[in-house]
Design a protein around this ligand. Structure first.
Ligand code: PLP
Length: 401
């Protein structure tokens, strides 16, 4: 197939949208293959086929536990990050023996958490949504101030998916412990990118998703600290220690296990290499293109994420123009029913709607190369210039050096 879109021939494709999803690592694919073709048993069956599958799932559980510094018995497989977030939040609130439960979360959570909190609000649960300030980081003192006698759960994400900012989990975990309140973190964006330690963070529940760390889509896991009381989301068989019923997704879980092992063995090198590429990309864009600003605290970010606002550039237009040249990146704005709503994350860090609509997220990955960054840097200035040339606002605002 000729790599052509429209009339422009695309010589190389560059994928800088790894926070959306990542390619499956070849090692992960190879590890999964036997469990699709040969070792296809049901992990609950007592025969040879079943035991092969069960052993593979238990190995995967150990691999995931190691990446989190957890015990294998504290890891439950799910269908992804969304299910893990729902199961953790609904699970704790529904099991709580409090007449008017209250939970604390933040304004920058993923919709898997935000919409779960909103669903609980409709059932009479009180929710506090903490602000994060322009840095995009929660102040632990705000968490402490929000605690009430009825607070049953604190849910604060580890790293933000749009701007990459890393939250002070250790401090929040200490506050949660002091008040004997369960603490959940959505670590979907951080697992596999930066070190995770459930003991150090003091979390009771953690959500993760395989497809963000070069594993398969539709697979995730939940860390549940031993002794945590939560009601399951689903009812069925006695799988996953009665925490999550349903026939185990053996190939998927094996894939997540291998992805966790790869991440564990390359974590330091990944962080160093990807941060260097990201920093070069960001520094050079700031040098080459006028009127660009960085969103979120640059000193407290995932190593792979850069969220930039290009003044007077409409984000969707930029993503489409880059796509036509073979580059995949994304905008911080979600398009709903024809109108482009500014992202809730960028609004929470005090971006004006204009600045939010002009924001672009570049998210690098395990397979990003120096050549990918060179090619991106060769493309971005011309795309920005072309979009600004047709921007009525740019004509009035003008160039301000
Ligand atoms: N939480 C965060 C922070 C995410 O970035 C995502 C996915 O984008 C999710 C949760 C949902 O995970 P999944 O796609 O596995 O349902």
């Amino acid at each position: 197939m000729t790599p052509v879109r429209g009339k422009v021939e695309i010589l190389r494709r560059v994928y800088l949208d790894n926070n959306a999803t990542t390619p499956v690592a070849p090692e992960v694919f190879e590890a999964m293959k036997p469990y699709l073709l040969e070792d296809y048993g049901n992990a609950s069956s007592i025969h040879w086929f079943g035991q092969r599958a069960k052993n593979a799932v238990e190995k995967a559980r150990q691999q995931v536990a190691k990446l989190l510094n957890a015990r294998p018995g504290e890891v439950i497989f799910t269908s992804g990050g969304t299910e893990a977030d729902n199961a953790a939040i609904f699970g704790i609130v529904q099991a709580a023996r409090v007449a008017n439960p209250h939970i604390i979360t933040t304004r920058i959570e993923h919709h898997a958490v935000l919409n779960t909190a909103q669903a609980l609000e409709k059932r009479g649960v009180d929710v506090t949504y903490l602000g994060v300030g322009s840095a995009g980081v929660v102040d632990p003192a705000d968490v402490r101030r929000a605690i009430r006698a009825e607070t049953v759960l604190i849910s604060v994400m580890h790293a933000n998916n749009e701007i990459g900012t890393i939250q002070p989990l250790e401090e929040i975990g200490a506050i949660a412990r002091e008040h004997d309140i369960y603490f959940h973190t959505d670590a979907v964006q951080s697992v596999g990118k930066i070190p995770i330690d459930v003991e150090k963070f003091g979390v009771d529940l953690l959500s993760l998703s395989a497809h963000k760390l070069n594993g398969p889509k539709g697979v995730g896991a939940m860390y549940i600290r031993r002794g945590t009381t939560l009601r399951p989301l689903l009812y069925g068989g006695h799988h996953e220690r009665d925490r999550r019923p349903g026939t185990e997704n053996v190939p998927g879980n094996v894939g997540l296990g291998m992805a966790a092992e790869l991440a564990w063995s390359h974590l330091e090198e990944y962080g160093r290499r990807v941060a260097a590429l990201r920093d070069r990309l960001e520094r050079s864009v700031l040098e080459l293109v006028p009127q660009v600003s960085v969103n979120g605290d640059p000193g407290r970010r995932l190593p792979n994420t850069s969220n930039l606002s290009f003044e007077c550039v409409e984000g969707e237009g930029f993503v489409i123009a880059m796509d036509l040249k073979g580059f995949a990146c994304s905008t911080g704005a979600a398009c709903s029913s024809g109108s482009v709503e500014p992202s809730h994350v960028l609004s929470a860090i005090d971006c004006t709607p204009e600045r939010a609509r002009s924001s672009i997220r570049f998210s690098l990955g395990r397979y990003t190369t120096e050549g990918d960054i060179d090619a991106t840097l060769a493309a971005v200035p011309a795309v920005v210039e072309r979009l600004r040339a047709v921007s009525p606002r740019y004509k009035t605002v003008g160039t301000r050096g």
